[in-house]
Design a protein. Sequence first.
Length: 500
Amino acid sequence: MTKTVNHWIGGKTVEGASGNWGPVTDPATGAVTTRVALASADEVGAAVAAAKQAFATWGTSSLAQRTAVLFRYRALLDARRDDIAALITAEHGKVHSDALGEVARGLEIVELACGITTQLKGELSTQVSSRVDVASIRQPLGVVAGITPFNFPAMVPMWMFPLAIACGNTFVLKPSEKDPSAAVLLAELAAEAGLPDGVLNVVHGDKVAVDALLEHPDVAAVSFVGSTPIARYIHATASANGKRVQALGGAKNHMLVLPDADLDAAADAAVSAAYGSAGERCMAISAVVALDSVADALVDRIRERAEKIKIGPGNDPSSEMGPLITRAHRDKVASYVTGAAAQGAEVVLDGTGYTVEGYEDGHWIGLSLLDKVSTDSDAYRDEIFGPVLCVLRVATYEDGVALMNASPFGNGTAVFTRDGGAARRFQMEIEAGMVGVNVPIPVPVGYHSFGGWKDSLFGDHHIYGNDGVHFYTRGKVVTTRWPDPSEAPAGVDLGFPRNH
């Protein structure tokens, strides 16, 4: 029997009324397991209206009240992390351990939100002039929206709404329609923790729902994570409608391996960073840039490790990698591998023919490794978003950095070396927002901010951390002058001597 996923508006389930539904498949079997309501513009408007009504009281609530809810919410999420992970596996396909890791990274931001009291402290300058003080304070924006991708259906929403509501905003979440159930459970648990009705709302949908949020006059800000073309569209459209925007786009993350690197450690890192989550993450390493002197040895080590990765259903504890999200995405990823040889690459591993016995209709693809890839090939230029690793060879460190900096993307990058001076030069010279030194996926912890450069970010603010707090609040400066009490009008005695 097919499950139905409806909207969450004003603290309760609201059945879809548009008449439009989207299919949700189990990627391991290819079977449609769920139908999800796709919201009309009116339904999005109802969610925004609920959030606007809730803001009237939530926006002026005390920090103590907000953080009390968030502490309870954190405890509920911790207790239900297996249930959240199971929903991720069922609809996204990633293995259970990977899904648990996703929930843990989301919890980091909930924990950051629990400590919002210190993040919202203002500044005060006294006696800037005679009896004049100046204070800087931060206040919530109002109704804010989040549009999140399929690859992290719990973590990315938790990168947004906990901080937003901790700052006093109310939130409308539009998760991916490909795996919507985790977002609904997050909202239900927030209500169980005592979050007032309307503070967090979830509407499902496609471009109709997205455009309704981008155009709605009562939405003050929009957060987005997804591909670069959509990030560019979100930024342009929402900005044109007078909204604050943070739109995180795609990536082509590079890992530079220098001759002095520990090649075993570099190979381990390349395999986990390229093939973990089936490569469906914006922080995946999809291009290894190896100096010629170590390239052959590094490719051999990567191939040896990749051949041992066990692929299977996400709910099988022995599986290390699951299927891709949809059949269409699987076929698109495969096309890059089949076309690579014609564009000059050496196909060291070809995973396009992989299948799993008993699950032949699943969205399976094996691990692919492409060596001697050129910078003008499709496999290098495009964000593949699948388990395909490209190896590019360079003669010198300078050549490697120049190649990497020529990429239109600037999300994350890494260098593997034992030389501190080389690592320091790399972190200063590379044009990317997040840098790893002997760390393959440099995703910052919650109290630092996440975001890239160039075509990987549209807007001025990175997500979570200090940037997240600043994005979800706006500054106000108050200049105050009080007359001295000795200057009280005649007939008003405050008990001060009139000595001025």
